[in-house]
Design a protein around this ligand. Sequence first.
Ligand SMILES: NC(=O)c1ccc[n+]([C@@H]2O[C@H](COP(=O)([O-])OP(=O)(O)OC[C@H]3O[C@@H](n4cnc5c(N)ncnc54)[C@H](OP(=O)(O)O)[C@@H]3O)[C@@H](O)[C@H]2O)c1
Length: 178
Amino acid sequence: MQIALLAAITADGFIGKDKDDRSFDWTSAEDKKFYVSHLKQSDAIIIGRQTFNTFHRYPKNSHWYIYTSQPEKFAAPTTPTVQFEATNVPPAELLEQLKAKGYSSVALCGGSSIYSLFLQAGLVDKLYLTVEPLVFGTGIPLFSEDLGKLPLKLVQTHSLSSQTLVLEYEVVSRQTMK
Ligand SMILES: NC(=O)c1ccc[n+]([C@@H]2O[C@H](COP(=O)([O-])OP(=O)(O)OC[C@H]3O[C@@H](n4cnc5c(N)ncnc54)[C@H](OP(=O)(O)O)[C@@H]3O)[C@@H](O)[C@H]2O)c1
């Protein structure tokens, strides 16, 4: 199972100006294309309730797992070709459920709390960080929890345009979950 964290960051490392920020309002056209293409190739999309609320469109046939402390209160959008499931199970348990369904690729779509939750659990294989040419000064950081000094390996860079770069990292200490 391949778990890929996808995030667009400012040059000063923020993923949002505030909790209601919508990243698509400031990311480049090239990153939107890169991001949507990655979502379409993923068997499942894992996301926090706050970030999910900023989405208005969903790739056809996609499977969304939305973290919320109150799954019973989650009202899924009415989109017949898309599946939504609210969850509050620990990350390893959710991934076991997805593995049992035969899924092999997961896009981890944030925000800060969900990225941190999965990284703290040692369940992320790769990070795709799109660096956009702007700074916020203050805002929502990529991670909201102490992650110690987690080592990464830069495996590739993808130049989406003269202005936008994707840094593809591997998590060195990823616990194997085959
Ligand atoms: N630039 C990017 O690539 C990018 C990507 C993603 C997000 N963002 C930005 O990040 C910000 C939102 O991030 P965020 O960290 O505030 O919110 P978030 O991670 O999207 O969602 C937080 C919510 O997830 C649920 N949750 C978190 N941990 C949980 C757990 N262990 N068990 C069950 N539910 C859990 C809770 O929902 P309930 O309140 O329902 O209990 C919590 O309020 C926005 O500004 C958004 O635009 C940016």
